[in-house]
Ligand binder design. Structure first.
Ligand code: ARG
Length: 466
């Protein structure tokens, strides 16, 4: 049997499971148009900048440039109106656009690719796309920070249990807890800005890997495309995907932060906790249990994190064994980034909505804040300050008070003065001022502590940063 491309001629030895012959399989594995058509606007912008520079450098004529630019603008219109016919045979967005340009303007189209290669072209397109996505991400993160700031402001005095090991540790305020997330998302946003600063270099003109003999002006195209400057090493330029890895890394870190709050939402919305309620807009019912209100949005934010982490690991793994410079493996970069970007956008938007809409059960939080002898440390600290005990002894005395309260099934503040004095004669009436949850949080005035005044001053500082 002869070899060919048709269905009937798949390989006799291994072709049983293939519906089509080798060439068709090659087309399928090779083509990226299915996903890189997303880069059409960047591809056309890159080509317009390149053609403009080629004419300015007298590498092509002004007439060719004008035809090329008119053709490219027409193609952009065709794509945006859905008329453009993408072809898998033409592999990718770069060749789809160039081939249509040839149909539209004839031989002048062939001059566009002078002094460049698809290797620098795809790097330009993808960097531009990631940069735009980072700018969008910055805005979404700012929106989430604002939502947390509003909640923090409304609940600067709302006392809740602070946890370590998910065991009640010490009272904190819900405002302070929200501000922990402001710090986290704030760091995420600064990673976004760092990533933009590092990727803001134009690959255009690195060509295949070695540069080009034409007298191109890379500074001109860099400026035209909004990059700060051109990259400095043509080999690195076409083999570098750090900008994609940085995007995925910062996305994974940010998603991890979102996932931690998502987990807290899941816990806090249980009837057992009852700390918060999500709005109907961000929860769902059960098809069988009428009483249920499920925090699906929070659960999906938590799950998207797994998906984003997967994309990061996938691209790290694709890149780790590649010799310089370009290898086709790198074509696998885009889907990971596109998918992670979509997931992160959704997660940030859903989280912003949940935070803005959630209602806080102040009574439940306060009751829980006092449970579990959460002010025991305050009692010990008071024994140090007011009675002059060494902290270790104060810790021991407090432990006995906790044991007594536990045996009586009451709070520390319910123990009588006689009972406390039986444990240590130095205890006075003043002790009752420090063992309430409000007193506990108000006392934690150290910089960055949970005292409402501290929290308010951090909110004010963050208002200035958004
Ligand atoms: N579709 C390719 C990619 O995404 C474009 C670059 C192709 N370059 C090459 N030498 N085959 O990476």
């Amino acid at each position: 049997m002869s070899e060919g491309n048709s269905n009937s001629s798949s390989n006799q030895m291994w072709g049983g499971r293939f519906a089509a012959g080798p060439a068709s399989i090659m087309e399928e594995i090779n083509a990226s148009i299915g996903f890189d058509k997303k880069l059409y606007a960047q591809d056309i912008a890159g080509s317009i900048a390149h053609a403009t520079m080629l004419a300015a450098q007298k590498i092509i004529t002004d007439a060719d440039r004008d035809q090329i630019i008119a053709g490219l603008n027409q193609i952009k219109g065709e794509i945006e109106s859905g008329q453009f016919v993408f072809s898998r045979k033409l592999e990718d967005i770069h060749m789809n656009v160039e081939s249509r340009l040839a149909e539209l303007i004839g031989p002048a189209a062939g001059r566009l690719h002078t002094g460049r290669s698809r290797n620098d072209q795809v790097a330009v397109d993808f960097r531009l796309w990631v940069k735009a996505e980072l700018i969008k991400t910055d805005a979404l993160m700012t929106g989430l920070i604002k939502a947390f700031l509003d909640k923090a402001e409304a609940h600067a005095d709302t006392v809740m249990p602070g946890f370590t090991h998910l065991q009640t540790a010490q009272p904190v305020t819900f405002g302070h807890h929200c501000m922990a997330y402001v710090e986290m998302i704030g760091r995420d946003r600064s990673r976004v800005r760092d990533a933009i600063a590092r990727l803001d270099e134009s690959p255009l003109g690195a060509a295949a890997l070695a540069g080009t003999p034409y007298p191109i002006d890379r500074h001109m195209t860099a400026t035209a495309l909004g990059f700060r400057e051109p990259t400095r090493n043509s080999i690195d330029t076409v083999s570098d995907r750090d900008f994609a890895l940085e995007f995925l890394s910062l996305a994974a870190i940010s998603a991890t932060h979102l996932s931690r709050f998502a987990e807290e939402i899941v816990i806090w919305t249980t009837p057992q906790f009852g700390f918060i309620r999500l709005s109907d807009a961000f929860s769902t019912g059960s098809s069988i249990m009428p009483q249920k209100k499920n925090p699906d949005a929070a659960e999906l934010v938590r799950a998207k994190t797994g998906r984003i982490n997967g994309s990061l690991i996938a691209l790290l793994t694709v890149m780790k064994g590649l010799p310089l410079a370009y290898s086709k493996d790198m074509q696998e970069d885009k889907e990971q980034v596109f998918d992670a970007a979509e997931s992160l956008e959704l997660a940030l938007a859903a989280m912003t909505g949940m935070v803005a809409d959630m209602t806080v059960n102040v009574t439940r939080m306060k009751a829980a804040a006092g449970a579990g002898f959460s002010t025991a440390t305050d009692l010990a600290d008071w024994l140090v300050r007011a009675v002059g005990l060494p902290f270790r002894e104060a810790h021991h005395v407090t432990g006995r008070a906790v044991a007594l309260a536990e045996s009586k099934a009451c709070d520390l503040s319910d123990l009588s003065l006689d009972e406390l004095q039986a444990i240590h004669p130095g205890v006075t009436e003043d002790v009752y001022k420090v063992v309430t949850v409000e007193a506990s949080v108000a006392a934690r005035k150290s910089y960055g502590g949970t005292a409402p005044d501290q929290v308010r001053s951090q909110i004010a500082a963050w208002r200035g940063r958004v």
